[in-house]
Ligand binder design. Structure first.
Ligand SMILES: NC(=O)c1ccc[n+]([C@@H]2O[C@H](COP(=O)([O-])OP(=O)(O)OC[C@H]3O[C@@H](n4cnc5c(N)ncnc54)[C@H](OP(=O)(O)O)[C@@H]3O)[C@@H](O)[C@H]2O)c1
Length: 286
């Protein structure tokens, strides 16, 4: 039996976001288990669990006798194939739920994606908007949400994240620096993002809410036009405005609202791309 008084957290998919979350939970005094396939060392204080979520037999390595209070599912597909998405968002959740059956009643917090909304033409989207993914990626991610919801009604929370950026995730800045960025023709082309620090803070926040809803959108407060973001970055770097070009393939233009998250008393540290990218670009460019 788990000793009383401590909160036991399992982070299934201890990667980039999982690590940022784990560091926050350890600071709170939680006991944190970090699960992933690779054997490389986890930070001090994190109990490593080496498991392949897509292979149920390996889940026997889950330490026995522990009843987790919170289970975060932050595993990601490692390549853009149907097989990898099915493994990460369908087989993984099913296997983990099977392995945890009979071990208490944790709250499950699942990192979903705004890709579940499919492509749009500039519309506003919120949690009440029907999730109708167009590609296999959004479809498998949505199926993962449903697997947790069916298994743990009222104890499953999905956070639908936009594109995560932050230290080490500076693709857009690099694209402007390298001259490959293109301002989408025929814009505006709305994009949704969240700073990695806010994404980890939002997961922690949802784990602490007394009575959370089942779904939250996790994007910052400004679903900005990609052209505006690229122009802003170029100006900060002292570079010319990027030329126009075709919009990013396979992506629609939508404006996701994070009102539900904010109404639950979450406060963004980086409410728009400006604060987030200004920090990344450093004080000399801010
Ligand atoms: N990045 C974004 O912009 C974005 C946007 C929306 C939603 N999300 C969601 O946010 C979550 C976290 O993303 P991230 O960027 O932090 O991903 P990440 O850095 O790639 O981390 C994912 C982790 O999952 C582990 N993993 C993958 N397959 C596994 C398996 N079969 N068994 C056990 N562990 C497995 C990987 O470690 P091993 O390889 O060692 O197993 C890795 O440490 C994901 O659910 C992702 O879908 C991300």
């Amino acid at each position: 039996m788990t000793p009383p008084g401590k909160r036991y957290c399992l982070i299934a998919g201890y990667g980039s976001l999982g690590s940022a979350l784990g560091a926050r939970l350890i600071d709170r005094g939680d006991v944190v288990y970090g699960l992933r396939r690779s054997g490389s060392a986890l930070p001090a204080g994190v109990m490593p669990i080496r498991v392949d979520l897509s292979k149920i037999e390996t889940l026997r390595a889950l330490p026995g006798g522990i009843e987790y209070d919170r289970v975060f599912y932050t595993a990601a597909a490692q390549e853009r194939t149907e097989k990898a998405y099915r493994a990460a968002y369908v087989e993984g959740p099913r296997n983990l739920l099977a392995a945890l059956a009979g071990r208490g009643a944790p709250r499950f917090i699942y990192t979903s994606s705004t890709a579940v909304y499919g492509r749009c033409r500039g519309e506003w989207v919120d949690e009440e908007t029907p999730a109708e993914p167009e590609g296999f990626a959004g479809a498998f991610v949505l199926e993962g949400e449903e697997i947790f919801r069916r298994a743990a009604v009222r104890r499953a929370v999905a956070l639908r994240l936009g594109g995560i950026y932050g230290p080490g995730r500076e693709r857009l800045i690099e694209s402007v620096r390298n001259g490959v960025a293109r301002i989408p023709e025929g814009g505006p082309f709305y994009t949704n993002r969240i700073h990695a620090d806010d994404a980890a803070r939002a997961l922690e926040h949802l784990s602490l809410l007394h009575d959370p809803a089942g779904v939250y959108i996790g994007v910052d407060r400004d679903p900005a036009d990609l052209g505006e973001v690229l122009r802003w970055i170029a100006a900060r770097l002292g570079l010319p405005e990027p030329p126009e070009g075709a919009p990013p393939p396979g992506r629609g233009s939508k404006r996701c609202r994070s009102d539900r998250l904010v109404d639950s008393s979450f406060r963004f540290r980086y409410p728009t791309f400006r604060e987030g990218y200004a920090t990344l670009l450093g004080k000399e460019n801010a």
